[in-house]
Design a binder for this molecule. Structure first.
Ligand SMILES: Nc1ncnc2c1ncn2[C@@H]1O[C@H](COP(=O)(O)OP(=O)(O)OP(=O)(O)O)[C@@H](O)[C@H]1O
Ligand SMILES: O=C(O)C1=C[C@@H](O)[C@@H](O)[C@H](O)C1
Ligand SMILES: [Mg+2]
Length: 395
């Protein structure tokens, strides 16, 4: 069994206990401690090993009896295993990053690679870039020789890795680079896993460039640590299953579809069944504006309503693991797509047009449901990852 834990200064947002529970039946604690306590805890016989995170990855090196070659080259340890009285240090972020590249078919060999940021995560990324034979490595940082004011010197970069927190929750929706400036870009990688897709990753995806966010790296580094803890080999299928499970737990479920199709109705049921929080965008709008939806349409017009809807969507979709029922017209604004997509699986609720409830729905009062459906069906199709047939009547 064994007893393990994560050492760090602020751990309230760590997913590590949950991820490790997928790989083995051992205790995994969050050990939030100040620097002065580090040595005492690392040496305590209570624990058989650790993960280490910010800000201790560098300082624990001196507490290890042996340090692996990748951890030495990076200058950081994120895993410690106690064996025969010796503390052995490794850097499994290195393996997690390699796994993420492989899983997304992103090759660095012979490529001009750019890494954004020059902190600890950047050091790991640079080591992998060197080891995998990048032809050139450019490190961009705010105060470095290569910085955000002279990015044009490297518009020929083929791979970009974001190793900064820019774009991370709660500051979603910003990116340090404009992917359109990089005509040779063949891979975009973000170490950020919340949101699941940062603006950088969404922009690259829109351009058809292979792109991936950091969740697979987070899970794969945990898997490699778990192998070291348990002395067992975990195969790729098990890692992929864990990535899928963790992603499913973290992603929101966003319901779209025709007015009156049952988004609110089904959303509540899904949330109840999966023990998730349920949020109805229309309810939030009513609360924010202090009047009903038909009243907003009547007194302020549709444009005003759509602006409020986009703002409410922007805030709501930053959340993780919740069920969100949208209004039927959410697909009318193109910009809403990336807001919804950054952290969600989008589900189209389908119900036969003759069964749709039109009461209290301003758009359905002015146009026939057939007309509305014709105008929107391609959008519902394009936005959604899945659909649910909601033609079975529940009481
Ligand atoms: N499968 C179902 N069985 C029985 N009643 C249903 C079913 N689906 C929806 N309804 C009923 O149809 C009505 C419309 O559903 P709901 O309010 O969930 O639609 P909506 O998609 O959220 O609409 P809007 O776009 O206006 O937000 C509600 O009265 C709901 O109870
Ligand atoms: O936030 C977390 O739980 C972690 C983040 C990374 O530093 C990892 O290296 C560490 O193992 C766990
Ligand atoms: Mg609704």
């Amino acid at each position: 069994m064994g007893k393990y834990g994560l050492l760090g200064a602020h751990l309230e947002y760590s997913y590590s206990p949950e991820i490790h529970s997928k790989f083995g039946d051992y205790q995994y604690d969050l050990i939030e401690i100040p620097e002065e306590k580090l040595k005492e805890v690392v040496n305590s016989p209570e624990y058989d090993g650790f993960n280490v995170t910010i800000p201790y990855k560098r300082s624990v090196i001196t507490l290890c009896d042996e340090v692996s070659s990748e951890a030495l080259r990076i200058g950081a340890v994120n895993t410690i295993v106690k064996e025969n009285g010796l503390k052995k240090g490794y850097n499994t972020d290195y393996f997690g990053f390699c796994y993420m590249l492989k899983r997304n078919n992103i090759e660095l060999k012979g490529k001009k690679c750019m890494v954004l940021g020059n902190g600890g995560a950047s050091a790991m990324v640079q080591t992998v870039m060197r080891d995998q034979g990048a032809s050139e490595i450019v490190v961009v940082s705010r105060h470095g020789e290569d910085n955000y004011d002279n990015l044009d010197r490297h518009f020929d970069s083929e791979i970009i890795v974001n190793a900064t927190p820019v774009g991370m929750y709660p500051n979603n929706g910003v990116s340090l680079v404009n992917v359109d400036d990089f005509p040779n870009l063949s891979g975009a990688v973000d170490l950020i896993y919340n949101p699941n897709k940062t603006k950088f990753i969404l922009d690259a995806t829109t351009r058809g460039i292979p792109a991936c966010g950091g969740l697979s790296m987070l899970v794969a580094q945990a898997e490699k640590s778990s192998e070291l803890f348990q002395h067992r080999v975990i195969d790729d299928e098990e890692i992929d299953a864990a990535i899928y499970d963790i992603r499913s737990e973290l992603l929101n479920v966003v319901l779209i579809g025709m007015p009156g199709a049952g988004k609110t109705f089904l959303g509540r049921r899904i949330a109840e069944r999966e023990h998730r929080k349920f949020i109805d965008l229309d309810d939030l709008i009513v609360e924010r504006e202090g009047m009903s939806i038909p009243e907003i349409f009547r007194t302020k017009g549709e444009d005003y309503f759509r602006n409020v809807e986009t703002e409410v969507l922007r805030e709501t979709c930053k959340m993780s693991g919740v069920v969100i029922a949208c209004g039927g017209g959410i697909v009318k604004r193109k910009q809403n797509y990336n807001l919804a997509k950054q952290n969600s699986r989008i589900i189209w609720v389908k119900r036969d047009l003759d069964k749709l409830d039109t009461e209290g729905r301003p758009i359905s009062q002015t146009k026939s449901v057939e007309e509305i459906y014709e105008a929107r069906k391609d959008l519902y199709e394009a936005w959604s990852d899945y659909f649910i047939d909601n033609n079975q009547d529940f009481n």
